[in-house]
Design a protein around this ligand. Structure first.
Ligand code: SF4
Ligand code: SF4
Length: 521
């Protein structure tokens, strides 16, 4: 018998499943506790059926799902606390409601396990987005209710048809959730504007902040103002530079490092603390473990954790560590993976729509022949340089939209411009897939065609469960001919994959040359 089972991310062992220890570093005890937590949340959803579960239960539902995303929480004690809290809440609603047996989550008919897992993993991804929106005071009753509906559905029997129906319904709800987070971020911090972000780290004390939570960044900026400490984003925090209410802080200086999988190398002996607000945390090396701080749902045994409700966090220990370490003695000139020294971000929906007329004219005049959305997660496994080579080989009369951390493969490249419009447009974090969808729908409206008829191809890279919920949204919108890589999800059984390929013409990536030829003809 295996010690654990997990196949939720792209780096799963042997492309099948982690059974002894996670490739991500997740230990069997933690994996099994996470399964127990998932079973308890299905129990909570059962107990909540037909009732108004209340804010405490809503929060636990989102938190528990978010905590089980890859590279978020490795702390068995914290997962235990969540299990206890979920069970206590369930008892208030219906003490007789049964948890779903954790051992049954990954067993049974292969196709049903595949469909059930796909829904569970999508829900985990959506929970992260709902959590960030809630931090900024935005919730949507339909989104919240769907966590209960989806979790309860995981514990019930369904035909394959019914599972597919649930997945499509979920995809639509996740679009609402991403829209909710877009609204939360833009209401609080304004619409992103094009912004050039240096990769230089100036001498003196600094803090690196990584993850997705803009509200944590805002608090950190406020608490470090005037203290002689500079703030650098890392990973998915890069797009924060483009929000007017964040970029107004002069000590938000630049971006440090590249995507998450390089952190053990990039943080080695760094003379500054690193604050993790969400995924993606890798087991830290001794050379920098003493300067890591986690917050919110993120957890790792023995790392320092900043607690506090949303809106009231005290980052004093992080600030003290920054002053103690003192930063670099001289300015440090870092580059992106292709040698570039600056990154440009801020091309979210408002900015792109603002130049829609120019874009439409350029398409009509034949100056822009095709759009690519090359987006998604980065990762450690070989083969991801496909995305660098793909972008490098896109013809000069094409535009590349991008989002999420997979862009670090090419976001330091200068692809030039077409009629004043940069050829590479960074739309933001993975949740800003919402922006990309809005732009595609607007373009389709302008050209009086469907999104599938636009000269637009989606070339996605996936790693973890947020990519799963985004993919389900794209499929639920009927978007076809998506290219996906670097490998296919282990949780898709052969039959389920066949259905997706037949229905949506999903393409596994091959080589940039072959795929570009197939796309552009
Ligand atoms: S999250 Fe990925 S690497 Fe970690 S245990 Fe699960 S499948 Fe393995
Ligand atoms: S895009 Fe995905 S893999 Fe990359 S940091 Fe965000 S959540 Fe993690």
């Amino acid at each position: 018998m295996s010690e654990m089972f997990c196949f939720q991310c792209e780096q799963t062992a042997g492309g099948k499943g982690c059974t002894k220890v996670g490739v991500c570093g997740k230990k069997p005890e933690v994996a099994n506790k996470q399964d127990e937590l998932t079973g308890a949340m299905i129990g909570l959803a059962r107990a909540a059926a037909g009732k108004n579960p209340g804010q405490a239960a809503d929060k636990l539902m989102m938190q528990g799902l978010f905590a089980t995303i890859t590279n978020v929480n490795f702390d068995e004690k914290r997962v235990d606390e969540m299990i206890a809290a979920v069970r206590a809440e369930k008892a208030k609603l219906d003490a007789a409601a049964q948890d779903f047996p954790a051992a049954d989550l990954w067993s049974g008919n292969e196709d049903i396990v595949s469909l059930r897992s796909t829904l569970l993993l999508g829900l985990r991804g959506m929970a992260a987005y709902a959590w960030h929106a809630a931090a900024l005071g935005k919730t949507d009753p339909e989104v919240t209710a769907w966590f209960y509906k989806g979790m309860k559905a995981l514990g019930d029997e369904h035909s394959a048809e019914e599972w597919l129906g649930l997945l499509m319904e979920f995809g639509q709800v996740n679009l609402k959730c991403m829209g909710l987070l877009d609204d939360a971020n833009t209401s609080a911090y304004g619409h992103p504007v094009p912004t050039t972000v240096p990769t230089l780290v100036e001498k003196g004390p600094f803090i690196v902040i990584t993850g997705h939570d803009l509200h944590d960044l805002k608090q950190l900026l406020e608490q470090t103002a005037g203290k002689g400490i500079n703030i650098y984003t890392h990973g998915e925090m890069l797009p924060a530079h483009a929000y007017p209410e964040l970029k107004k802080y002069p000590h938000l200086k630049g971006n440090f490092g590249t995507a998450w999988q390089n952190q053990q190398k990039e943080f080695d002996n760094i003379p500054a603390p690193i604050l993790y607000t969400t995924n993606c945390l890798m087991p830290p090396r001794v050379s920098y473990a003493d300067r890591i701080f986690t917050t919110d749902v993120v957890g790792y045994p023995e790392l320092k954790h900043i607690t506090g409700e949303h809106g009231k966090k005290d980052f004093a220990p992080v600030i003290a560590k920054a002053l103690e370490l003192g930063g670099y003695k001289e300015d440090q000139h870092f580059t992106g993976i292709n040698g570039g020294t600056q990154l440009v971000t801020g091309f979210a929906r408002n900015t792109v729509m603002g130049v829609a007329g120019t874009v439409i004219d350029a398409v009509k005049a034949g100056a822009i022949k095709h759009f690519f959305l090359v987006g998604g997660c980065d990762g450690a496994k070989p083969g991801r340089n496909y995305y660098t080579r793909f972008v490098q080989q896109t013809p000069k009369d094409t535009v590349v939209l991008t989002l999420a951390c997979g862009k670090y493969r090419f976001n330091d490249l200068d692809l030039g411009e077409i009629g004043g419009i940069p050829r590479l447009l960074d739309m933001g974090q993975c949740n800003d897939a919402y922006s990309a969808i809005q732009v595609a729908v607007a373009l389709a409206g302008a050209f009086k065609c469907s999104v599938n008829e636009l000269p637009l191809t989606l070339v996605l890279s996936w790693y973890e469960q947020k990519a799963v919920c985004i993919l389900l949204t794209l499929l639920a919108l009927g978007i076809k001919d998506i290219y996906i890589g670097p490998s296919l999800p282990a949780f898709l059984s052969g039959n389920v994959l066949n259905i997706l390929v037949e229905k949506f013409n999903l393409h596994p990536i091959t080589t940039p040359e072959e795929d570009l030829k197939a796309i552009l003809g």
